[in-house]
Design a protein. Structure first.
Lengths: 204, 132
């Protein structure tokens, strides 16, 4: 395992690059069933995090994760800000509480539950939760990183068959069926980027 | 913030700065300066969207010890307003309510109610009566 500052800086950069490469794709998904700004919103958030990269990487890991969440809340500018922000802020707080003996799967579960409360959404509502829950399940089973990433991607694809129950897409009712949810898609892209980075740079 | 009024404050949150400002103008025309009033519209760059930091500032600007009623348009406006209220922290967060009411009519009726010195609970209930 490399030193934490390098890890934090590396993760920030791969997430920024992934969102930058997929901004147009995420906006296109969002134009189909929402207001079309998910890609640019996420890019703005990731760029804000990246701009603070140096100070973030000097913090203890839980503090850095919590601060990244707050930066996303303050900069994303759509519902994705509070949702991704809550996820990271809760992960940071839970990690700080559990200190050395952190079971990351437990920490992630607490954080995902907080996201569900924030969005008042459930599994199957066609949201990023439909990626987060399967990712957690794979992590809890100690699946290899590559399998977790593939599960995230397949889970995002599966949101196409779902009818949106939350967010702007819910206004479309049945017409939301047939389109992949943009939030689920960005969540799978970020999960894949993080898994690939950890696979290349960390001992499992 | 300045304690000049004991009336409940009103905050308007919209994805559009034009909508938020326009409704604030309508409220002001109705109740003048006797109700603390602020708005937040658009994302951090002033484009369509919402901004938790901006909403937090608006709540502080419209602060009244009697409480603040927040009116929102769509999804992200509500989620970001909840986030802003959390960031406000206790005890003040407990004195802020997001109203489940139409934005224009809700804000104007709530302000009229607030201008008569009604409690936060009464202001919110009056606005929410408009919801189907």
């Amino acid at each position: 395992m490399q030193a934490e500052p390098v890890l934090v800086a590396g993760l920030i950069e791969v997430c920024r690059a992934t969102i930058a490469d997929n901004t147009d794709h995420l906006c296109a998904l969002d134009r189909a069933i929402g207001d079309g700004d998910h890609g640019t919103n996420m890019r703005r958030g990731c760029e804000a995090v990246s701009a603070e990269g140096e100070s973030l990487s000097s913090l203890p890991f839980p503090d850095a994760v919590e601060k990244i969440g707050l930066t996303l809340v303050m900069n994303v500018g759509g519902a994705a800000g509070p949702l991704y922000g809550t996820l990271l802020m809760e992960i940071g707080r839970e990690l700080r509480k559990s200190e050395e003996k952190a079971d990351f799967s437990q920490v992630l579960k607490q954080a995902i539950d907080a996201v569900a409360r924030r969005g008042r959404a459930h599994a199957g509502d066609k949201t990023l939760l439909d990626v987060l829950y399967p990712v957690h399940a794979a992590l809890a089973k100690r699946s290899p990183l590559g399998d977790i990433a593939r599960k995230a991607e397949r889970s995002a694809d599966r949101t196409a068959a779902m009818k949106a129950m939350r967010g702007r897409a819910a206004y479309l009712g049945d017409r939301s069926i047939g389109h992949v949810d943009p939030g689920a898609s960005s969540c799978a892209l970020l999960t894949t980027a993080i898994c690939r980075y950890l696979g290349e740079h960390c001992q499992q | 913030m300045n304690g000049k009024t004991t009336n409940v404050g009103i905050v308007i949150v919209s994805h559009s700065p034009l909508v938020a400002r326009g409704i604030a103008d309508m409220v002001r025309q109705m109740v003048g300066d006797c109700v603390p009033l602020a708005w937040s519209g658009g994302n951090v760059h002033g484009e369509l969207g919402t901004d938790a930091g901006g909403i937090l500032k608006a709540i502080e600007a419209a602060w009244s010890d009697a409480g603040v009623a927040v009116f929102v348009d769509l999804g992200g406006a509500e989620t970001n307003s909840e986030m802003a209220i959390e960031m406000l922290g206790l005890p003040r967060a407990a004195l802020v309510s997001i109203c489940n009411a139409p934005l224009v009519e809700g804000a104007v009726i709530a302000a009229a109610e607030a201008s008569g010195g009604a409690s936060l609970a009464k202001v919110v209930a009056t606005a929410e009566e408009l919801s189907p």
